[in-house]
Design a protein around this ligand. Structure first.
Ligand code: ADP
Length: 257
């Protein structure tokens, strides 16, 4: 998929602290840009502020300093602009797969998709035959697919995925990664993806942002030297193995300090 030149997300000089007793600084004057149709992963230690970056992009928190632009503008209303999939799948247990997936259609007036369109998409998302099943009847991978479908149905071209595959077994995870890349190409979305798994970040991403300090004062960027479409075996290429070891060493040093 050809990358666009449009800036989808731009952080300029953004600082942030939660408004609580601690007032601990999470972000300190950070800048970064994500372009149209990019796949970006963010890798960093737990508690460093990765989910907070998502909450800021989704408009759930406001920066204490600096500006965040989406699609080149400073927008307040993010409905339909950002599809945010938090760590827990947040499916409603009393709603069926179809009803959970179709939730954005109920929330957004003017959304032109019908339940029939959702039905068709359920097949594409590997959920055919499960339209009337409840979340507890699904495997972890299936729940993630319903959740991802729901984020897609918001119509947002920017998706924020917070460790979506961390609870899956190793094989399911590999299949889900391949599936995600297919969906990303097909729907031409821009994805920002949080993960702890360095191989996963290398397989999926155009660029990887790493965090090496708290509060976060900068995101280090590296470009993954692989063309698309990709296969899992591409991770065995020397340049990628070298990058993987470089990342592991970087995180090992952080864990030790
Ligand atoms: P990560 O996603 O990298 O694990 P988070 O962004 O979730 O990190 O959290 C960064 C820091 O902010 C942590 O110290 C966490 O305890 C704190 N934090 C997260 N959410 C809130 C909140 N809603 N209110 C106050 N503090 C929070």
């Amino acid at each position: 998929m050809k990358l666009g030149n449009k800036q989808i997300v731009q952080f300029s000089n953004v600082s942030f602290a939660y408004d609580n007793l601690e007032q601990k600084q999470i972000l300190q004057q950070i800048d970064f840009t994500v372009r149209e149709k990019e796949f970006i992963s963010i890798v960093g230690p737990s508690g460093s502020g990765k989910s907070t970056i998502f909450r800021l992009i989704a408009g759930l928190e406001q920066p204490t300093e600096g500006t965040i632009s989406l699609y080149g503008e400073q927008v307040n209303d993010r409905l339909g602009k950002v599809g945010y999939m938090p760590q827990q799948d947040l499916l409603m247990p009393w709603r069926t797969v179809l009803e959970n997936a179709a939730l954005p259609l109920e929330l957004q007036t003017g959304n032109s998709l019908s339940q029939q369109d959702v039905f068709t998409l359920l097949t594409e998302f590997g959920l055919a035959g499960y339209e009337n099943a409840y979340p507890h009847e699904l495997s972890g991978g299936m729940r993630q697919r319903v959740s991802f479908l729901r984020a897609t149905l918001t119509g947002a071209k920017l998706l924020l995925l917070d460790e979506p595959f961390s609870a899956l077994d190793a094989m399911t995870k590999l299949f889900m990664q391949e599936w995600l890349l297919t969906q990303w190409e097909k729907h031409e979305t821009t994805i920002i993806f949080i993960t702890h798994d360095i191989s996963e970040a290398l397989f999926l991403s155009d660029r990887i942002f790493t965090i090496s300090d708290t509060p976060i004062t900068a995101l280090q960027e590296m470009t993954v030297p692989l063309v698309r479409p990709r296969k899992q075996t591409d991770l065995d290429v020397d340049a990628v193995i070298a990058l993987k070891h470089q990342l592991i060493e970087q995180f090992r040093k952080q864990e030790m300090t």
